[in-house]
Design a protein around this ligand. Structure first.
Ligand SMILES: [Zn+2]
Length: 74
């Protein structure tokens, strides 16, 4: 299997997922948080506001939105 570089910590790993196994739980937690936030507040805010409100970096937000098909129009 091809080695991939983790989007979160930059280490190399072999897996089908987008981040290494150390970072996968953090990703899952943030995606959960993001989904809860969107459910509660809709999607009428900028990416920067979303980042500040959720504590998730803009880089990771972009990744979740692109890779997880999160329905948000920013
Ligand atoms: Zn990692």
């Amino acid at each position: 299997m091809e080695l991939k570089r983790c989007d979160r910590c930059g280490c190399f790993y072999a897996s089908e997922s987008n981040v290494c196994c150390n970072c996968q739980p953090k990703d899952n937690l943030e995606i959960l948080k993001l989904n809860n936030y969107i459910e509660k507040y809709g999607n009428n805010y900028s990416l920067d506001e979303l980042s500040v409100s959720t504590g998730i970096s803009v880089k990771n937000l972009n990744r979740y939105i692109n890779e997880n098909g999160i329905n948000i129009s920013l």
